[in-house]
Design a protein around this ligand. Structure first.
Ligand SMILES: [Zn+2]
Length: 367
């Protein structure tokens, strides 16, 4: 009896022992299979997510894609970032290789991303907040992708690179500069202004403004931001010109023109005039006070005849400007002698210096 029990025990122990050994033998394999099953399931999930994302993005505008990515946690959105837009750069690309153009007048910021192709926005999800963004579009050019951002106002772009990411922040001019100036060269493009003896007013205005731009750039004063309605032979609408000044919240707005007599005939009348907004004539630090500073400075610099201040509230950019505005008529194109002076680059530089000094004098006086 005892022997029987002993044999049975040995047999049972043996069977369990062999079973245990077999289990030990196959366990790594079972573990590996389980691992690969989990991996496959995750991969399938990721693929499903990718295709769902692709399907959801089908037909979306670039702006909608950005909003979708941001809302759905595509591209680790959870990471907090203070800036307003985060672009992922194509592999091997550095933030410094990205070029940014800012068209302040039309409020369009273009971001040129080298080597970005048609699928860029799918492969490298962009996230951000669209508070100041009206629209986003993406187009592929020669060896680059261009992201065009239509802003709701005038902004400066601050960029910061961090690894594969490019962070962009949009700042108002006054967040960047203490004082903001807008300079307008009158007319342009098909709108030539006065034409006397083959000289176009639009060209004289632009030459003076470009000389003024040189002065601001030579000075390099980073506390004053200067914006131009045009720096080439184009004709922005009067509305676009006034909007630039208003949306940039300019402290001073100067429009540069040249004069003609009412009849348009050549005459002995010459000299400098400045137009102002007479409806705001009583304001301290207003249009009239600023126009007077411009007139005195120009006459002093040019040695031209002082033709005084002129009421200008019927002029679009004067009555739409929400800041002190001065429309300077540097000289009379209908006066032979003055017309010759106005065509002289040295005289144009003097006119620019007169306006430049007037602006700094106004700022010193507290405008
Ligand atoms: Zn004009």
């Amino acid at each position: 009896m005892e022997k029987k029990i002993l044999r049975l025990t040995t047999l049972v122990t043996g069977i369990f022992g062999v079973g245990f050994l077999l289990l030990l033998w196959f366990l790594p394999d079972i573990q590996a299979r389980a691992d690969s099953y989990v991996q496959q399931r995750e991969q399938k999930k990721a693929e499903q997510w990718d295709s769902e994302m692709q399907a959801a993005m089908e037909g979306m505008t670039a702006l909608e894609m950005m909003q979708y990515n941001t809302a759905n946690g595509v591209g680790e959105t959870q990471a907090e970032f203070a800036e307003q837009l985060r672009l992922k750069l194509p592999d091997g690309m550095e933030a410094a290789q990205v070029e940014i153009d800012n068209d302040y007048l039309n409020q369009i910021i273009s971001i040129h991303i080298p080597e970005a192709d048609q699928d860029y926005l799918y492969e490298y999800p962009m996230i951000g907040r669209s508070t100041h963004i009206d629209d986003l579009s993406y187009e592929v050019g020669a060896h680059e992708g261009v992201l065009e951002i239509a802003m709701d106002s005038v902004y400066e772009v601050k960029q910061r690179g961090d690894g594969p990411y490019l962070y962009l922040d949009f700042l108002t001019p006054h967040e960047v500069y203490d004082k903001v100036i807008v300079i307008d060269a009158g007319h342009g493009g098909k709108a030539s202004g006065a034409i006397k003896k083959g000289v176009y007013e639009k060209d004289l205005n632009l030459s003076i403004v470009l000389a003024l731009k040189d002065l601001f750039e030579e000075n390099g004063d980073s506390s004053v931001g200067v914006y131009y309605t045009r720096t080439e032979d184009v004709n922005p609408s009067l509305k676009a010109r006034a909007d630039l000044a208003n949306q940039a919240e300019a402290d001073l707005f100067v429009s540069v023109h040249n004069n003609s007599t009412t009849s348009g005939k050549m005459s002995g009348i010459s000299g400098t005039q400045v137009m102002y907004d007479e409806t705001k004539a009583n304001e301290t630090y207003g249009s009239k006070q600023f126009a007077q500073i411009c007139l005195d400075s120009l006459v002093g610099e040019l040695g031209s005849r002082d033709k005084g201040l002129v009421k200008g509230s019927s002029i679009y950019i004067i009555n739409h400007a929400q800041m002190p505005v001065a429309l300077v008529e540097v000289g009379f194109m209908t006066n032979q002698e003055e017309l010759e002076q106005l065509c002289d680059p040295e005289y144009q530089k003097k006119a620019a210096a007169g306006i430049y000094r007037a602006i700094y004098q106004a700022l010193e006086e507290g405008f």
